[in-house]
Every structure is written in C-alpha cells, then in structure tokens.
Design a protein around this ligand. Sequence first.
Ligand code: UDP
Length: 403
Amino acid sequence: MKRLEDYRGIVPDEIITDLHRRASRLHDKHVVHMNSTAQGGGVAEMLFALVPLMNDVGVDAGWRVLVGSEDFFDVTKKFHHALQGDRVHLTENKKRIYIQANESFSQYNHISRHDAVIIHDPQPLPIIRFYKKRQPWVWRCHIDLSNPDAQLWEYLKGYIMRYDLMIVSTEQYLRPDLTVEQRVINPAIDPLSQKNIDLPDRTVLKYMKRHHVPLDKPLITQVSRFDKWKDPEGVLEVFKRVRERVDCRLVLAGSMATDDPEGLEVYERVRKRAGALLASGDVVLLLGANDVTINALQRISSVVLQKSLREGFGLTVSEAMWKGTPVVASAVGGIPLQVIDGETGFLVDPADFDETADRVVTLLQDADLAAAIAARGVEHVRENFLVTRLLGHYLSLLAELME
Ligand code: UDP
C-alpha cells in the first residue's frame, strides 16, 4: 500500500504536513480519473503513483481505462501526432470511430455522484458529451500543444469547451484561442515506485545479467516507447559518432503501450538500422523490460539520452536525474524544465547529432563534471518533480473546483 507517510525523509516534513492539511478539505470527496492505457507511457506511470496517494490522504479516487478497438487507437494515434505538429486527414469516418468508442465506453462506465472528473489526453476527451454533467470536469492534456494541426484542433476544441478547466504540462502549451480556463501542472515521478526506488548494487548487477546487458564498457541508454517522436534512429546516429571517440555500448529500452499501434513498426526499423551493431552486441535492444530492469538500467548507465523531437514532458528525464545519472536531452517540450543546460544536464538541438555526441563524450570523459551535474539533477527533481508536489497541485485544484 502506498502511504504519504512513507515519503517523509524524501521530502521535508512540512510538505507532508501541508499535503495532509490540503487533503482534509477533500475527505470523502469522490474523484475519477480516466485515460486510455493502464501501462506504457507517462500518463499510466503517473496515475499509478497519484491515485493510491489520493486515496491514502482521504480522497475517494478511482481510475478507469477506456477500452477501444484497434481502429480507435489507430485514429487516436494519428490525432496524437497531429496535436504535436503532424498533419492529419480528418475524415468523417475517423470522427465516427473516435466518437463511437467514447459513446460505447460511456455506456458501461457509470459517472453520477462523483465530485470531479479528470480526463487524461485526447482519447477519452469527447466522452463528456455522453453524460449529464453534474460536477466539474477537467481535461488534463499531457502532450505538446504548441503547434497542433489547425483542423483537428478546431474539431477537438468543440469538446474541450465543454470542460471547466484544461491542464497542460508547461506554459508554452497554454492556448490563446480557448475561453476555457487553463492551468499548468508539471508532471512528476514517484521516488518509491519500483521504477525509481533505490536499488542495491547487487540487484542492479543481477538485472543487467538477467537481460544480457554486458557491463564491460560504459553504457549510454535511452528509455522510451518505440515512437518516431522519441527518435530512436537518431539515437543510433549519435551513438555511432560517440563510439568513434569512446568505446561504449548503447541500450535502447522500449515498451509497447496498449494504445500505441505503431510501436512494432518503429522497433523493426530500429532493428534493421542497428544491423551489425546489434550483432556485435554494441547496441542492445530491450523490449518490454519491467520497472526494476528500467530502474537498474537508468542507474548503471553512464549517460542517459532523451533525443526526442517532440516531448510533452519526458518523465524518463527526471527518472534518470533522480538516480544520479547525467542526462543529455533535446531542448523540446517539457525537457528544458528538467534539464537546465550545463547545470542539471545538457540540452541539445535534436537535429544536431554532432553536438549531441559531443555532450555525451564530455560526460563520459569528465567524471567530475558528470558527478556535479548529476548531484544538481537529483536536487532539482526533489524540489520540482516528485509525486508529492503533483498531489499537492491536484488537492488544491480540486478543493478550488468544488468550492
Ligand atoms: N517506460 C518503461 N519501459 C520502457 C519505456 C518506457 O517503463 O521500455 C516508461 C518510462 O520509464 C516512463 C514512461 O514509460 O516512466 C514514459 O514516460 P514519458 O513521459 O517519458 O513519455 P511518454 O511515453 O509518456 O511519451
């Protein structure tokens, strides 16, 4: 069982006391979260941490996962890409698939006496249309909204306007063209989850052995869904450049989210492109590794890369920083909140493979610099991106909405 009390010692006592105080205004209030996957990706990761903690402090919180067909997830994946800047051909058929899945889910997903409803991301966004709205509804959008496809955005706006509030991950995603109130809440990681909890060295070594990750050379790692925006193929290019200067190994760890139909395709492309490097063992692909394995990998790596082309927030960045591993990451989306260039990591232009490789090499060659950056990274995450902070934001927001 997750308990807020267990976070004492990780965050200052005043924060724990303050969270209990904020929660006292919400005792026995009934809140439901809804998203579209129970595993894979940052939203599920956060809900796993947040929902039990909400219950522990006395809020009656639930989490429901939208069930959809392959067609539905094909459409919502296209919407996801288009919200992040791709174009989409918005046909009546796509709209029908989108809406019908929501309507059908609403029929066996009872919402009545809840005091607030929080809908995550675009997949379940239109479900609001199928209920008699008796309480505040919040749309929590976790993706980069700075340059959405105009036609899709106009269409989705029709649903967003039905909500009382929209939440985004960083200031730059606030939309000037919405009348609905908007807030910024930064995502967060759970320091006590299997993904992030401290691990003894022997456990780290055991898990690396189990997954055939040799430790004879420094490891560079990227942990990400196999998704074009995470640019795993670009990571290979960077690795090739690094390897010309420092002997090292690359691990690409990726999972397949159940709401992401494209993962296998991207994985196959990466596999082909890695070619001989895979055969020689210099590139290791880990598919579907469990949380402890990801934890161990982020700890043992000399450098963690996050070479995203677009990134809503990028929990993997804070995850690595929290473990004291220096990060080189693209200056996109929510990453610059986490990586302050030269202070808590290195920020790079994702199109510049040479610069990215340079930064990785610097960290591999300068142990003192790497250690100083890593130490500042841990404190930056402690202050800003732990789930206790996220819980505080939600408690305040819910109290305000229910007043
Ligand atoms: N993740 C994982 N295994 C993998 C790849 C990713 O557990 O093989 C986790 C990762 O540790 C992080 C989340 O999935 O907690 C990804 O969140 P992020 O915000 O980085 O990106 P998203 O997938 O939501 O775009």
